[in-house]
Ligand binder design. Structure first.
Ligand SMILES: Cc1cc2nc3c(=O)[nH]c(=O)nc-3n(C[C@H](O)[C@H](O)[C@H](O)COP(=O)(O)OP(=O)(O)OC[C@H]3O[C@@H](n4cnc5c(N)ncnc54)[C@H](O)[C@@H]3O)c2cc1C
Length: 394
């Protein structure tokens, strides 16, 4: 099986930033992407909040990320990840083509639009129902369409769709749009946009493609229809969590829980970007998560590789374990190094504070000298002084 140091699932802003930071930290990086590198950025016509670039198209920003990751020799591979498994200590990423072993994994699978859930929606996907204005907008030149939702995506995309459509009904179930004031003002001052408040879509109808929608006013109960050929739905997001659901801890809705290093409940598996449980899902926060996750992964991989080679792989080894956070123990570690040199003995000195995970697994107290055979502790003795170390090495 192919074995990699860091496998990143998803090449959106989070995954690509993680690839950049991972390569710069010296890791061998494989990025797996099932669609277009760039993720949701590809759905965004114009981005105005990426620092240093007052205005850039989503496609251009995605290409810049991709070019940057490739320039550092990160490998980007087209593959759909189907499952992530733990096989003992090993992590295996199962794709539609192969299985890949990974020292560390970063989940950067992002999020997806929520379906509306009304009658006729599912059967008209791709035949009038869309969740992506920039993908499908040009198909509706000079036609009348509807946008459903009241948040930023709905309001901004309604404006961008006026570049193609002759009329855009902006349907929201409440009185007030939830989007930011500037976005709402821009939409409502656009003569092609017709706001339809307090209304829900009950049915999307049409023989082959969408021909009309039935809506209901939630205040009056009155029903009516609108003659539209396209319905763009922007009513929320869900995490793309299906390939690791149940593997890592997450909220009820599936948003992945991490610590501040972006590590999930499973050691060596990190999460970054929109898939995480967090308040603000933006390009800049996805990139920030990606950077932290990659550095967390680099620390983890280095710890694993180093400890494995000095502690777990040798047939037999005696090592000194101490806490680098304790001044007296740190002094003892200097003594230990000196004594080993004098006795010309191989004597790995492990900071159990920094490598708490490994010391915890081995079950050694700090400070102590432990003898390991094929990775298992066979003898351990607490250490109080340099004399104890001398005795342990004799
Ligand atoms: C219409 C729209 C407009 C937006 N406008 C802005 C804006 O102006 N400014 C801003 O900052 N943010 C904006 N955002 C939000 C921003 O795009 C996201 O916050 C950001 O892209 C999240 O990055 P990510 O890497 O976490 O996830 P994503 O961008 O969602 O990328 C995840 C990637 O993972 C891949 N993937 C998922 N599952 C698998 C799998 N099983 N196998 C392989 N690959 C997989 C997906 O194909 C995708 O490419 C907008 C979003 C939308 C939808």
């Amino acid at each position: 099986m192919e074995q990699r140091e860091l496998v990143i699932v998803g090449a959106g802003p989070a995954g690509m930033t993680a690839a950049i930071y991972g390569r710069r930290a010296g890791l061998d990086v494989l990025l797996l992407e099932r669609g277009l590198a760039g993720g949701q950025v590809n759905l965004t016509e114009e981005i105005e909040n990426w620092p240093g670039m007052p205005r850039i198209s989503g496609a251009d920003l995605g290409n810049t990320f991709r070019g940057h990751a490739l320039s550092l020799d990160a490998e980007i591979r087209a593959a759909e990840v189907e499952k992530i498994e733990r096989r003992g200590e090993a992590k295996v990423v199962v794709t539609d083509k192969e299985e890949i072993g990974a020292e560390a994994v970063i989940l950067a699978t992002g999020a997806a639009f929520h379906p509306l859930g009304c009658a006729g929606e599912e059967e008209h996907v791709g035949r009038g129902v869309s969740y992506c204005a920039v993908c499908d907008g040009p198909l509706y030149a000079d036609e009348e369409i509807a946008v459903v939702g009241g948040g930023n995506s709905a309001v901004e995309e309604a404006v961008s769709l006026t570049n193609f459509a002759s009329k855009v009904y902006l349907i929201h179930r409440r009185d007030e749009f939830r989007a930011g004031r500037a976005a709402v003002d821009r939409a409502l001052s656009n003569s092609k946009i017709v706001p339809v408040r307090n209304s829900v879509v009950e049915k999307i109808d049409g023989e082959e493609t969408v021909e009309k929608i039935f809506i209901k006013n939630v205040k009056t109960g009155e029903g009516s229809s609108l003659p539209v050929t396209g319905v763009f739905i922007f009513v929320g997001q869900t995490p793309n969590d299906s390939v690791f659901r149940g593997l890592v801890k997450a909220t009820e809705e599936g948003w992945v829980l991490t610590d501040e290093n972006m590590e999930t409940s499973v050691e060596g598996i990190f999460a970054a970007g929109d898939v995480r449980h967090k308040r603000l899902r933006q390009i800049v926060t996805a990139a920030s998560d990606g950077a932290a996750a990659a550095l967390g992964a680099a620390a983890y991989v280095n710890e694993q590789l180093h400890l494995r080679s000095v502690l777990l792989e040798p047939e037999s080894v005696t090592a000194f374990f101490y806490s680098g956070a304790d001044a007296a123990q740190a002094r003892l570690s200097d003594e230990a190094e000196k004594i080993a040199k004098e006795k010309n003995k191989y004597f790995p000195i492990i900071d159990g504070y920094k490598n708490a995970r490994m010391t915890g697994k081995l079950g050694v107290a700090l400070p102590s000298v432990a003898e390991l055979h094929r990775g298992a502790v066979v003898k351990a003795a607490p250490i109080a002084s340099a004399a104890d170390i001398v005795r342990a090495l004799d």
